[in-house]
Design a protein around this ligand. Structure first.
Ligand code: ADP
Length: 333
């Protein structure tokens, strides 16, 4: 899923598709989630039923879509891809649901953005494999039940907390994807380089991994940028090429991008380090609150640069140090 406001070029999407792991074996990291999913799928296969509905939660680019595709691959059933924003009317969902074949996987990206009326239909469909279709208009309208083929919803969300409880309760399994460790990202990059037939220096791979915000999608994109640099300057894909690409794309030593730094900067320079609410911060940097909350904040918290308190977000001493600000009250000299 993409945060609001992020536009994908066709080339980027094709590139991602080419690098997507196709099986659990190729999927790097997330060991716990992988073995939980594997167990769930095996149990369902032994009982010859559709697996429980699965909810995948976590920041963008950590592998939610990839896992949904792997689930389909492992079950041997087709997969239908849709998203919350595409389900704005109950009718949109009804037409998708009524055309599913038995065992089909229904992937709903950004499921927290599904419209309320479609959401209510989804509850019933997930629970009973049945929906009620309204026929006719006004006083003469009646609802006609429609039986559905058994299917499995794989929902993805960057904001699990926004899902209404009745919807959340219908998932038999919820996985929270974590940011990847550097050594895991090194594997992601090495694998991608292999698939692209790129000869990338060991040190360069390590550096890409370190600067990728714990996110495979970013690691792969950075690799692509490094390839561009090497191509254009006719140099090897080495550490210097990585540094060049990082400089051009404004990624700093901690892997923070411009928006990450803008948020930190606003927190420190405009709000004296906080506490301040996420909405106020988002408005200050001219970004949607959802993006700041789902994309920027999780990584800044993980890196220890901001902390969440009851009264809002605060900048940690590490944030002051990272941006080169003196901390109020700290000894100078
Ligand atoms: P999400 O749906 O969470 O936004 P995706 O599943 O679309 O993320 O992953 C983005 C890209 O990152 C994929 O195309 C894939 O190449 C890569 N990727 C994600 N997770 C992994 C992983 N665990 N191992 C290898 N590559 C991965």
């Amino acid at each position: 899923p993409q945060p609001a406001g992020v536009v994908e070029s066709a080339a980027e999407l094709a590139f991602e598709g080419a690098l997507r792991p196709a099986s659990f074996a190729e999927f790097v990291g997330q060991q716990k989630v992988r073995s939980q999913l594997d167990l769930l799928l095996r149990a369902a296969a032994l009982q010859q039923r559709a697996p429980d509905h699965i909810l995948l939660a976590g920041p963008p680019g950590l592998g939610k879509t990839t896992l949904a595709l792997i689930v389909a691959e492992e079950t041997g059933h087709p997969i239908r891809l849709t998203s919350g924003p595409a389900l704005q009317h109950a009718g949109d969902l009804a037409s998708v649901l009524s055309s599913l074949v038995p065992g089909e996987i229904l992937f709903i990206d950004e499921i927290h953005r599904t419209a309320r009326t479609a959401e209510e239909m989804l509850y019933l469909a997930m629970e009973d494999f049945r929906i009620d279709i309204m026929v006719g208009k006004g006083a003469g309208a009646t609802s006609v039940p429609l039986e559905l083929a058994p299917f499995t919803v794989v929902g993805a969300t960057t904001r699990a907390g926004l899902l209404p409880t009745p919807l959340r309760d219908r998932f038999g399994f919820t996985a929270h994807l974590e940011f990847y460790a550097d050594d895991e990202l090194e594997k992601v990059v090495a694998r991608a380089a292999g698939l692209l037939g790129l000869d990338v220096e060991r040190a360069a791979i390590r550096e890409i991994a370190k600067r990728s915000r714990g996110t495979p999608r970013i690691a792969n994109r950075l690799l692509r940028r490094v390839r561009d640099v090497a191509l254009v300057h006719d140099t090897p894909a080495d550490l210097a090429a990585v540094q060049h690409a990082l400089h051009v794309y404004d990624v700093d030593e901690l892997g923070l991008d411009r928006l990450d730094r803008a948020v930190l900067e606003a927190l420190i320079a405009r709000f004296e380090g906080g506490p301040v609410g996420i909405r106020t911060l988002a408005v200050t940097v001219g970004e949607e609150a959802e993006t700041v909350e789902a994309v920027v904040e999780p990584f800044l918290v993980r890196t220890g640069l901001i902390a969440r308190t009851q009264r809002g977000r605060i900048a940690t001493p590490a944030a002051y140090a990272h941006l080169g600000y003196a901390r109020p009250g700290a000894a100078t000299g």
